[in-house]
Unconditional design. Structure first.
Length: 528
């Protein structure tokens, strides 16, 4: 497998999805704003999104992909040519257990929506019973998305194992398209009605994604059959591993849930929305880089470790870390230094006011300090999952979540730092998680930073510092143009982001943090 090509394939489609997501959020900001209806919708969207990140995409892929690959490799050794069939039979067993569980779980969660939303928000003390009732209603509408996206993740895991990364990476595009169409053509006359339309679009999008994966799986010769649920040895093993993996993979999502809950309980109306809009920009590098590299590295590491080729595994991990830092560090610097013009240019129009820009930009600058950490977590955890160790990342993630919880409580109840303190605590806890993950891998002799990584990391830091200076000089000239008409916004943001990228690219080549020949060779080389 070519790591750069695979990452580029996943990242490219994720970029399309994230651009459409930005369009969706711009429309949300315009027609719903940052207040009563948006806070309620974002709580409703947070719940299925949390479970999706924990059990569907994150934990399920982390456990299922190595098991699927190992089953395929073992069967091929015993019966050459039969590996894929054996692996698909294993996936069919998982589907037969997963499907009825999802139906029951979804029904229970919809029935218990009221108590769950109250536990998250304390009944919205700042918004009253009307806001709580709206959040509960919208949550009932959005929750079926969890069941649908879990089935999508099963099929996507199979295609990832077969090297067809692009199919699963393209599925989120359908979510954003559905929500954009809903808000453009089916929105109501009020913010509340528009929020309800968005909730309906979420579940419709889940159905569209499932249909897409079923069709593409069949085109690839993969067809799963439902049978009587049977707790085979492999199914039991997957279920034992998936719980710990959910906690390990979901550390960031748990931290966001804690942050959202505290903001809903203790901070003024709009705080939940400020954190959301800031996190939308903050999550761009994670989606484009972290998920791309993490998804691409896992099947390769599983095969290398399974074949006792630990030297190759170490090389793969070092190059993944190098690629992640090369892309994530400048992204973090740009989001911190230019937070205000970015938020103003993307969101400030319609119901989203200049005061909302200041609030969301402050949260973005604090969140973005953790951008490299969010990405590195996705790159380091495959080092555990490829060895079927899901418990260690859980223990370390729990420690990081405790750091986040303590930081959030101090920020809100003691230091009066508000939502900015909440965002900063989330970033700090992510760095704690990275340090703990690296220390555990290093202690077991599973991770050694090679000389190339050490040398290039210093050069990447230097190039990022040069870009930071250039952006700081450009901000006063660009910012006044980001709050005007559409095309002036586009030109201003293009100059800001494009100029920063050009400065960083020139600096990274000048400092030797990356070599043009190596990059060209990676894209031209055929995947193995």
């Amino acid at each position: 497998m070519n790591l750069v090509r695979a990452t580029a394939s996943i990242g490219g489609l994720t970029l399309v999805s994230r651009i459409l997501g930005m369009v969706r959020d711009m429309l949300m900001a315009r027609f719903v704003g940052a207040g009563f209806a948006s806070d309620a919708f974002l709580i409703a969207w947070r719940l299925p999104n949390l479970f999706r990140a924990l059990f569907a995409e994150g934990a399920f892929a982390a456990v299922f992909v190595p098991m699927f690959n190992r089953r395929m490799a073992e069967a091929d050794r015993e019966r050459p040519g039969e590996g894929l069939k054996a692996a698909i039979d294993f996936a069919g067993q998982i589907l037969s257990v997963l499907f009825p569980f999802l139906l029951i779980f979804t029904a229970v969660m919809i029935a218990a929506t009221g108590p769950i939303v109250w536990a998250m928000t304390g009944g919205f003390p700042d918004g009253g019973p009307e806001k709580f009732a709206l959040a509960s209603h919208l949550t009932q509408i959005t929750f079926p998305y969890l069941a649908l996206i879990s089935l999508v993740s099963l099929l996507g895991g199979i295609l990832n194992s077969l090297g067809r990364f692009w199919v699963n990476a393209a599925a989120p595009v359908l979510l954003n398209i559905a929500m954009i169409i809903a808000i453009l053509f089916f929105r109501g006359s009020t913010a509340v009605e528009t929020a309800e339309t968005q909730a309906i679009a979420v579940t419709v999008a889940g159905l569209l994604q499932l249909i897409w994966l079923i069709v593409t799986c069949r085109a690839a010769g993969v067809s799963l059959k439902l049978s009587r649920p049977r707790m085979s040895t492999d199914v039991k093993r997957l279920l034992l591993l998936i719980g710990p993996a959910a906690v390990g993979q979901g550390a960031i999502q748990f931290n966001l849930l804690i942050s959202t809950s505290l903001a809903a309980r203790f901070l003024p109306q709009g705080a939940v929305s400020y954190l959301y809009y800031a996190d939308r920009l903050n999550q761009l590098p994670l989606g484009l880089i972290g998920i791309g590299v993490g998804t691409a590295i896992l099947p390769t590491l599983s095969r290398q470790i399974g074949g006792d080729d630990h030297k190759a595994a170490g090389y793969t991990q070092n190059r993944a870390l190098e690629l992640a830092l090369l892309l994530a560090l400048p992204a973090a610097v740009a989001l911190v230094v230019s937070a205000t013009p970015l938020i103003r240019g993307v969101f400030q129009h319609g119901a989203f006011t200049p005061a909302d820009t200041i609030g969301a930009a402050s949260a973005l600058a604090a969140f973005s300090i953790g951008v490299p950490a969010y990405v590195l977590i996705k790159v380091l955890t495959p080092g555990f999952y490829a060895r079927h160790d899901t418990k260690t990342p859980v223990r370390l993630a729990v420690l990081a979540m405790l750091v986040n919880l303590i930081g959030n409580l101090l920020s809100v109840l003691v230091l009066n730092a508000g939502f900015v303190g909440i965002a900063l605590s989330t970033a700090v806890s992510a760095w704690v998680n990275v340090v703990l993950l690296w220390w555990a891998l290093h202690k077991r002799d599973h991770m050694r930073l090679d000389d190339r990584f050490r040398s290039r990391a210093l050069r990447i830091i230097g190039a990022s510092a040069v870009m930071a200076g250039a952006l700081a000089l450009a901000n006063p000239w660009i910012d006044p143009h980001t709050g005007r008409d559409f095309w002036e916004r586009i030109i201003a943001l293009t100059l800001l982001c494009g100029g920063g990228a050009v400065v960083y690219g020139a600096a990274i080549l000048a400092f030797g943090g990356a070599k043009l020949g190596e990059i060209r060779q990676q894209f031209l080389r055929k995947a193995k």
